[in-house]
Design a protein around this ligand. Sequence first.
Ligand code: DGT
Ligand code: CA
Ligand code: CA
Ligand code: ZN
Length: 586
Amino acid sequence: MPLSNQQLADLFNDIADRLEIQGEVVFKVRAYRTAAENIASHPRPLAELWAEGKLDEVSGVGKEIAKKIDELMRTGQLAFYERLRAEVPDGVAALLRVPGVGPKRAKEFWEKLGVDSIEALEAAARAGKLRALPRMGERAEQSILAGIDALKRRAVGRFRLGDVRPLAERLIAALRAVPSVYAVEAAGSLRRGKETIGDLDLLVATDDPAPVIRAFLEQPGVAQVLAAGETKASVRLENGLQVDIRALSPRVWGTALQYFTGSQQHNIRIREIAQRQGFSLNEYALTRLADGAEEQFADEASLYARLGMAWIPPELREDRGEIEAALAAGPGGQVVPDLVALADLRGDLQMHTAWSDGTGDVMGMARAAIALGYEYILITDHTAGLGIANGLTPSRLADQRREIDAVNAQLLREGVRFRVLQGAEVEVRSDGSLDLPDEALAQLDLVQIALHTGLNQPREKITARVLRALENPFVHILGHPSGRLLNERDGADCDWEAVFQAAKARGVALEINSDPARLDLSDVLARRAAELGCWLSISTDAHAPEGLSSITYGITVARRAWVPARQVINTWPLERLLAWARRTHT
Ligand code: DGT
Ligand code: CA
Ligand code: CA
Ligand code: ZN
């Protein structure tokens, strides 16, 4: 592949950076930058012009630079550049990416402090070594740390819900303890339960903002104060997350919470509705356009009601039909009747123990589930085909069954109304066959299947594979259907419409996996599955007893997917679940 114009331009800019760090004369550096700019914006590929011997047609490309392009085109390399890279290491050139670091400073950090990477620069700044340099000082040092944070955040992009919610809960608890605080809530995407979070928005109801803002700025984990005023502030936490806080009078709590929860699309629609009724709406009040009379709302429900709407659960506020549904339901109505909630769940249907790659034993998982108020759990250890150490074979499944029977007998003796069910997470092989024989599947209370390998098969192949697996009459649940890992790996490129139709026809439930690294099905796919009338399950995939508490993430996804409780098989009483399970085993 010949170098593209952009690649050439990047290379010449890189050369200019390194020459500048070396202290090269200005006009030479500028020549490379000008060439880079003209090359990047040239309408024809330079590789073609080079082949035609017409490099001199590109303005800014003089003899020196043309020679370098020629060497690059012929050999794919540039000796001059390789020498330069040996003289100015990549890590030093990378310092220029930090906002606030120019060539002079990069050179100084490198020569005086031995800083040869962004990590080393951060360490030096944290150790207070930069402030001692000429023309630096504490402020400049702080601003460089801020620049590094900004750079990191850009690289990370959005944060996973599971990484932000626990931080938010900790901050909220701390702020609720401040005297004079009436209420603290997360607003924004966190309150809506979006799978990834750009920044965290906190709202505080109080008549005395100063102590709250002060307490906020002093929270452990605050790495940097970005802005601090009397009623609002922004900080960056050590992990790079930005947190905005606003203090408001409790009298405007309803409008403020509604406004800052968003989404922006949802709010645009709400403001339109207010306008049609002769009002303007902002975070403080509903204002009658005719005479400027203001109405304040201490809670969200009365605001929505005033606009003729049912209160809308935050998870639904994405302008995906919830506005129409709330208008139709009217004040006091339900936007999604029977919308699933944590309290509806009676059990968890995916978890692992030390029988495969978990750390707990069966009794440990049972006790944790009992503490959560569940009536049953399904143990779903991996089968041998996954290739993990310790996968289950039919004979080990029989051994595990004896342990499960013993646990159930023990709980019965204790008078606890609870049942441990035996399942498995049966590997779907690359051809769609299952990793356990039907005779072994028939012994299980419920069978969960899942894909862990070959997730990037082409659409037709992977769809056929899943469809074949769903054909097996012993299958009850398709676990983490897409196989995605949030911020890490896209899920399988299945024809989901076909998969959902087949699952519906076969009566197989689709899992909403609550593992914060997965959230799979996604809200959008789960909503489509629910719409088509598929059964769903909401489970944790816990690998230790504490993992069962992640169920809240799955519930959030299910609510964002408008899933009614009755379609979720683990909201059912045990007898109904078992009757449903047996229908296939005949
Ligand atoms: P994020 O942070 O990217 O995950 O998404 P959000 O939804 O949390 O967005 P964010 O933090 O920019 O703002 C929080 C909410 O506040 C947003 O959903 C709607 C509301 N909001 C904030 N600023 C504005 C604004 O300038 N215009 C409008 N229409 N709404 C705003
Ligand atoms: Ca936000
Ligand atoms: Ca924000
Ligand atoms: Zn799995």
